[in-house]
Write a protein that binds this ligand. Sequence first.
Ligand code: APR
Length: 318
Amino acid sequence: MARKKIALIGAGQIGGTLALLSGLKHLGDVVLFDIAEGIPQGKALDIAEAAPVEGFDAKLAGTNDYKDIAGADVVIVTAGVPRKPGMSRDDLVETNAKVMHQVGEGIKQYCPDAFVICITNPLDAMVLVLQQASGLPPHKVCGMAGVLDSARFRHFLAEEMNVSVKDVNAFVLGGHGDTMVPVTRYSTVAGIPLPDLVEMGWITQERVDAIVERTRKGGGEIVGLLKTGSAFYAPASSAISMAESYLLDRKRVLPAAAHLTGQYGVNDMYVGVPVVIGENGIERIVELKFTDDEQQMFNHSVDAVRELVDACKKLGAL
Ligand code: APR
């Protein structure tokens, strides 16, 4: 059986980590693409030189030419610029939407059968631009945010209750950013929901609330510490878990930015919801029944995504 091929568009901090993880997890051969000359080639060679030590046989290549992504099974997109001081949100949207158009063209031409995972921010709007530019069916294009936000929530909860992260499950929905919706009643430790754990005295409601707030601001906390960049290890791990579910047809139930066509009352927008990822891409969208409070938080989050989508429309990117 031929090895699978993973194309990573953007060979920056997340792109490099994605390449290393793809190798360590034996997911397949990797092509790193970037507009910066030398960076993808250098990172690919560096990781290829780690392969004998780590014992993986993947081929790694770096390129500045889209034709080298031909036939990729999975494409993970991190290309773009981060928001810099003095840059407005609309400036960021304009710049990264142009990048999504270029990337979409490349995918359309060279690997129209791929499963595409977008990471570039502002995520929920950029994934829509990418899907439209690529012309791929919406179930083959999704955005990574929920796995990362849930992982942050899980980490904080596990630390607080002094239990294994493996036994903590959490669902974080909505758009990526301050308006995300952590659904605490579906968050569990070994199947025991958080509200029950509060009753059992494992954690106080005040601490749950503080952890929800910290999760919402999780990205900003890392930026504040790193000062010169944003998170990359956990975002890369999160996207790899989605790629793995597709490549191995694991049918994992994961939160992802998925194209909604009426689910949750949302039409033709990407928003974070639970989905099943398998060999056919986004195979199912899970529709939870919200409480009034949750619905309100979700609507607020959807409004924030809609604003970004409208900004893209105003700029002619959609
Ligand atoms: N085509 C291809 N690559 C591009 C393009 C383009 N048009 N424009 C920029 N890039 C490349 C840059 O050269 C850089 O190597 O994208 C890479 C981005 O890498 P980093 O700046 O290191 O960013 P990273 O930390 O990897 O995050 C990437 O993910 O979480 C989001 O907000 C984050 O949008 C950002 C993205």
